[in-house]
Design a protein around this ligand. Sequence first.
Ligand SMILES: Cc1ncc(COP(=O)(O)O)c(C=O)c1O
Ligand SMILES: N[C@@H](CCSC[C@H](N)C(=O)O)C(=O)O
Length: 415
Amino acid sequence: MSSSVPSSLLPPSPAPSTPRPGGPQRRFKLETEVVYTESPDQYRSSSVPIYQTATFKQVSGSEMGEYDYSRSGNPTRTQLERHLAKIMNASRVLAVASGMSAMDVIARLLRPGDEVIAGDDLYGGTNRLLKYLSTNGGIVVHHVDTTSISAVTEKLNDKTSMVLLESPTNPLIKICDIPTITRLVKATVPNAIVAVDNTMLSPIAQNPLDFGVDIVYESATKFLSGHHDLMAGVIAVNDEKLAEKLFFTVNATGCGLAPFDCWLLLRGVKTLAIRFEKAQSNAQIVAEYLEGAGFKVRYPGLESHPQYDLHWSMARGAGAVLSFETGSVDVSERIVESARLWGISVSFGCVNSLISMPCKMSHASIDPKVRAERALPEDLIRLCVGIENASDLVEDLKHALFQAGALKTESALSC
Ligand SMILES: Cc1ncc(COP(=O)(O)O)c(C=O)c1O
Ligand SMILES: N[C@@H](CCSC[C@H](N)C(=O)O)C(=O)O
């Protein structure tokens, strides 16, 4: 531990969970780990208390307690971070105000002149922050097709400071070979950081830290919380020095997650496994229906996905986000507007199913010219599948497709 960060400001490292204090210390299956939380609460409260306080009184003028100020640390945040560290196979997790906050904290590791290699298909907000840094921060950003290992390695040089990956990507659901890219980056530029945005799968389906990457971050606004009732981001690492640097920025900039949101997120995480499983099985049914109806569907649960085998070599599930093309922006708009059960909304990972057109919504901040260069189809529809009844979802979609003129025959309505 470095002398720059007092230990009182660091959350304790995660203890292995055990149903009874003093009982056998062991790792349980993920579905069990997400539900079980330890709390050192003096009243043995079943739910972790919300320490809705900005300050903590000190024992005396010279003796500091464990916490002094909630920007620097708060017991509810500590409990959340410990719980997430267990689930994300990390030694340390930091909970911050949003997924973009997490990305911002990570990006502050960069210095002018540094080079970043990122995907050519990535969340619009990430693209926007990278663009800002390249315009104003002296950072050079290379956007490459991360499905091609050589496209990534060709850009590696001694100025490469960070390789930023998403798999699956948002919204084209492209898969990249995280273990191989990580190995090659480490062999070529040992100090370069490999960071993975794991928002699309959550720790239930993929743990990139297990592949040797340095940082995993997620928008906890999505699957981790699951109800679209809070904004949060999480950063997970296994290197204490790196954790300290990241924590320094969290404390210095004040982006640590507020106590009530920590509590909401902790509550949401308990149902992560069951929500994710149901949403994912619904997504598989929806993807198969759309493919059967003749659409080009992007979903790693379909054997037609070009990186199907690669995906399943890394992940335990296909997730609940898929996208498909219709061949016409007008038709896509009509489909989106004809759906009743599917909410027209950005974001994903919620219990409710959502439908959107990335080029007009989540990825609208990417210059239309850049979108065209990167072959992001303007007619792309993204479906973020929730936990409703699968037949209701398919029925609603069928009717939206039919009303929009995307299903040519009545028979397609019954497939
Ligand atoms: C893949 C991905 N990463 C990061 C973010 C940013 O998260 P947040 O909206 O919580 O800031 C989003 C969506 O916003 C996303 O889709
Ligand atoms: N207006 C927002 C759009 C947020 S998109 C949220 C989510 N990541 C998604 O992919 O739907 C912005 O400008 O960031």
